[in-house]
Design a protein around this ligand. Structure first.
Ligand SMILES: C[S@@+](CC[C@H](N)C(=O)[O-])C[C@H]1O[C@@H](n2cnc3c(N)ncnc32)[C@H](O)[C@@H]1O
Ligand SMILES: Nc1nc2[nH]cc(C(=O)O)c2c(=O)[nH]1
Ligand code: SF4
Ligand SMILES: [Mg+2]
Length: 267
């Protein structure tokens, strides 16, 4: 599968071990089975997909970042209290240096990796919880459904959304990668749901991963998370998604950081 970071590595960073970091902050884990746990978040920039609803626009559609040496990130993480570290993005797994960072932190931290599940880390990479959010058809950008800022930013030299629609659609699901992640690691599959129309695809994907994986994937490791970047948007999806979780027997996860801090950066 072609994987591209969509982040140009400047000449000055070519030799060293560094990562494009969009933000590094302390918060509470807002999603999934560790919800509420104080954690240090390391957010890399660059993504191999383009979800129309991406709540981290400045890591995907318009990546921004400072380059930080892996050494510097380790030091920054070590000066903070929480034992729990969440590596997220963008898509952290498209950068080889992410795995170096995980190896450096593995001995004395609980490591969660938030990933779209299209890339399998090298064998032996220490991860305590792989939090996989496979991307559904309803995430694919269309000319009518791209982030507002991307419409504004679209100029002569910007990539047309239609290019990304094809790339997103071609790359968003890799069943073998998902099965390998579930086999190797403690995992949760966290589907962003927009409504009932997503359920046929979710149940089909779960069945395909179950067929491909040599381990069980119990229903309580399959999570439905309501789509919503803001409180207002979440208010429109969460009740429907919660009811679908009851109906289908999957777990529901809130997005407590959105409830508490809305869409503020570094939360
Ligand atoms: C920004 S992504 C970064 C990690 C990885 N690229 C991924 O998609 O899993 C972090 C989490 O936010 C979720 N997410 C992004 N935008 C969202 C939205 N508008 N509503 C709900 N969840 C969203 C993703 O599905 C993922 O679980
Ligand atoms: N508080 C908080 N919890 C999170 N869990 C996963 C996040 C992510 O963006 O990957 C996230 C995030 O951005 N903030
Ligand atoms: S895969 Fe994750 S970071 Fe990439 S566009 Fe989708 S939600 Fe954003
Ligand atoms: Mg987030």
């Amino acid at each position: 599968m072609p994987v591209t970071s969509e982040v140009d590595r400047p000449e000055s960073e070519a030799g060293g071990s560094s990562l494009p970091i969009n933000e590094l902050f302390a918060s509470l884990q807002g999603e999934g089975r560790l919800v509420g746990v104080p954690s240090t978040f390391v957010r890399t920039s660059g993504c191999n997909l383009r979800c129309w609803f991406c709540d981290s626009y400045h890591t995907s559609w318009e990546p921004t970042h400072a380059w930080m040496a892996v050494d510097e990130i380790v030091e920054e993480v070590r000066t903070r209290d929480p034992n729990h570290v969440v590596l997220t993005g963008g898509e952290p797994t498209i950068h080889g240096e992410s795995f170096e960072l995980l190896r450096r932190l593995g001995d004395d931290h609980h490591l969660t990796v938030e990933t779209n599940g299209t890339v399998v880390p090298p064998e032996g990479t220490p991860i305590d919880l792989v939090s996989v959010s496979p991307k559904l058809a309803s995430s694919t950008p269309t000319p009518e459904r791209i982030p507002e800022a991307a419409v504004d930013a679209r100029g002569d030299d910007a990539e047309p959304a239609s290019d990304w629609a094809d790339r997103h659609e071609a790359n968003r699901i890799d069943i073998d990668a998902l099965a390998t992640l579930v086999e190797r690691y403690e995992s949760q599959l966290k589907f962003v749901a927009t409504g009932r129309d997503d359920m046929a695809e979710i149940t089909e994907l779960v069945d395909r991963v179950r067929d491909a994986a040599s381990v069980d994937l119990p229903n309580d490791e399959v999570l439905l998370m309501p789509e919503g970047r803001t409180r207002e948007q979440l208010a429109g999806t969460r009740e429907t998604v919660a009811e679908l979780a009851v109906e289908y027997g999957f777990r529901y996860t809130p997005r407590i950081h959105v409830d508490i801090w809305n869409d503020a950066p570094e939360t």
